[in-house]
Write a protein that binds this ligand. Structure first.
Ligand code: ASP
Length: 584
């Protein structure tokens, strides 16, 4: 090795040792006869000291020419520092440099390589390899490594084996568009990149691998957000001969194991909530349960009292914001503007304050004090509380109120990143009506089994059929989801028909799976966790990007390698592809 120690290693008990370190120059301070260098590597920062008289003239000359991010190798003696730095692990010592060698010079970096940087997002992504030198970013990847390691340990002890599935496949329906790859050898034909290994893991169950997992890349061509990337990683799992309960316990175990080993946090049994209740009380299938503020419906109390807005509404529903009765006009206006934003789309917001000056409401013209008092009671509101009420069509209003609830949770500081509230959401509907396409979609995916007691409704009331499907939610983030699968060819064929496939289409796309079901498919089910999301959640961040070594930007571009990019005419020809150019 070129070095004897790393830059994060030396302590007081190493004093007088002769050591050799390698690393990057973080900073040089030249005080005339004395000169200090902060030397950085993956493990930390060590202070180097050169002194006229003791260090060689040559070393001092070289040191004076060092720039930020030069790569150097130094040899010297570990000494105790006079002024210690308690902020760094090596802060008690420094190296009195004898020899100094430049291993490589560096251009001035485009942004400051420290925890606090002046580099904007795009610039940091363009020079991501420099960004990754920053301790804050590196720590995220270290956390990711640890999460993967701890996951593999748990899965291994539970008897799961990791099997790789192919990347060049055929469409897997997870509700997004496929990325496709042209085939040179099969002109005019395309592979699809897996949106998930769903069908393969089911086939592995047919093969008798009764406990499969894989930490695997998935690809979905959809609009990007802070917590989405076109390629992302799942902890993908499948088991045979299990009930839903078995799956919930096994993977609650995984998440507990991760919290215990990565964050030192212990959990009791995770709470469970039906999808229907999640929608009714939180307006979302992934409620943030770090705080209560659950919905209270006052439809019956509020309708028929002459207030047109409520009278024409399907639902009147609200939340009680504790201690917010003294909100000012301005604060209430801000909340009204918030719910009226186009992304949320409410028409207005009704409030009732139970404040120092008694009960005040934006609708007191229509509702006398006795009625407002009754509302307050139903909400369980106390003096000092504020009711925020929305009305309209049920699904839409619940969604809008859900956004307002989260906003209030944030405003009131109830969404602490160091508090973790896991939750299972169960009994999802099997199908979801798509108004635009005028047909049903599978809410999870087409391989999800209906609840046996609901199978009778498949044809008469498809929208009411519940699925053996479950999501794990932590702090309002869906971290994982899965289902017990259909393992019977006839039921699978029925499902495809319900989803609008003709038998021919179903056969062309999923014939291989339905055929496999005729060769002794065991009952099976599984789940997949969004690994990037889990990492960002554990790391206390909102964006998954900082937990991915080389992420893409919001337009799906890798600005460092400049991809996607055009390919040569020759390549196009080989692939028998013609490109229609659109002006940008
Ligand atoms: N394949 C599913 C997904 O990617 C997970 C599962 O059902 O196991 O969401």
């Amino acid at each position: 090795m070129l070095r004897t120690h790393t830059c994060g290693e030396l302590r007081l008990n190493d004093i007088n040792k002769t050591v050799t370190l390698c690393g990057w120059v973080q900073k040089v301070r030249d005080k005339g006869s004395l000169l200090w260098i902060d030397l950085r590597d993956r493990y930390g920062i060590t202070q180097l000291m050169l002194e006229e008289g003791t260090s060689t003239a040559q070393s001092i000359l070289v040191a004076r020419q060092l720039g930020r991010e030069f790569v150097i190798k130094v040899t010297g003696t570990v000494i105790e520092r006079i002024s210690k730095n308690s902020k760094i692990d090596t802060g008690d010592v420094e190296i009195k440099v004898g020899g100094l060698e430049v291993l490589n010079s560096a251009k001035i970096p485009p942004f400051i390589i420290e925890d606090e940087t002046d580099g904007g997002d795009e610039l940091r992504m363009k020079y991501r390899y420099l960004d990754l030198r920053r301790a804050v970013v590196r720590k995220n990847l270290e956390l990711r490594h640890r999460m993967a390691k701890v996951t593999r340990d748990y899965m291994d002890t539970q008897g799961f084996i990791e099997v790789e599935t192919p990347v060049l496949i055929k469409s897997t329906p997870e509700g997004a568009r496929d990325f496709v790859v042209p085939s040179r050898m099969n002109s005019g034909e395309f592979y699809a990149l897996p949106q998930s290994p769903q069908t393969f893991k089911q086939l592995l169950m047919v093969s008798g691998f009764d406990r499969y997992f894989q930490i695997v890349k998935c690809f979905r061509d959809e609009d990007l957000r802070a917590d989405r990337q076109p390629e992302f990683t799942q902890i993908d799992c499948e088991m045979s001969f299990v009930t839903q309960e078995d799956i919930l316990n096994m993977f609650e175990g995984l998440i507990k194991h991760l919290f215990r080993n990565v964050k030192g946090i212990e959990f009791e049994k995770f709470p469970r909530m039906d999808y229907a209740d999640a929608m009714k009380y939180y307006g979302a299938d992934k409620p943030d349960t770090r705080f209560a503020m659950s919905f209270v419906e006052i439809t019956d109390l509020a309708k028929g009292k002459g207030f047109q807005v409520f009278d024409s509404a399907e639902i009147v529903v609200g939340i009680c914001a504790k201690g917010c009765a003294e909100y000012t006009r301005k604060q209430l206006d801000e909340l009204t503007d918030f719910v009226k934003k186009s992304q949320i789309g409410a028409k207005g917001l009704v409030y009732v304050k139970h404040g120092n000056e008694g009960i005040k409401s934006s609708v007191d013209k229509f509702f006398p004090i006795e009625q407002l008092t009754e509302w307050l009671e139903v909400f369980g509101a106390e003096k000092g509380d504020l009711l925020l009420i929305l009305s309209g069509e049920t699904d839409k209003t619940r969604k809008q109120l859900s956004e307002l609830r989260l906003e209030m949770g944030t405003r009131l500081g109830l969404r602490d990143k160091n508090v973790f509230k896991p939750l299972w959401v169960l009994d999802f509907p099997l199908l979801e009506w798509d108004n635009e396409a005028q047909r049903y979609h599978a809410m999870h995916h087409p391989f999800t089994s209906p609840k046996p007691q609901d199978i009778g409704k498949l044809h008469s009331h498809p929208g009411e059929v519940r699925a053996n499907a479950y999501d794990m939610v932590i702090n309002g983030v869906e971290v994982g989801g899965g289902s017990i699968r259909i393992h019977d060819r006839t039921l699978q064929a029925t499902m495809f028909r319900l989803l609008g496939f003709t038998d021919e289409q179903a056969k062309a796309q999923f014939g291989f799976l339905m055929d496999a079901f005729e060769f002794g498919a065991p009952p099976h089910g599984g789940i997949a966790f969004g690994f990037d999301r889990l990492c960002s959640l554990f790391g206390g961040a909102d964006s998954i990007r900082d937990f991915i070594a080389f992420p893409k930007n919001n337009a799906g571009r890798d600005v460092m390698i400049d991809s996607p990019s055009e390919i040569s005419d020759e390549q196009l020809k080989e692939l028998s592809i013609g490109v229609v150019k659109h002006s940008k």
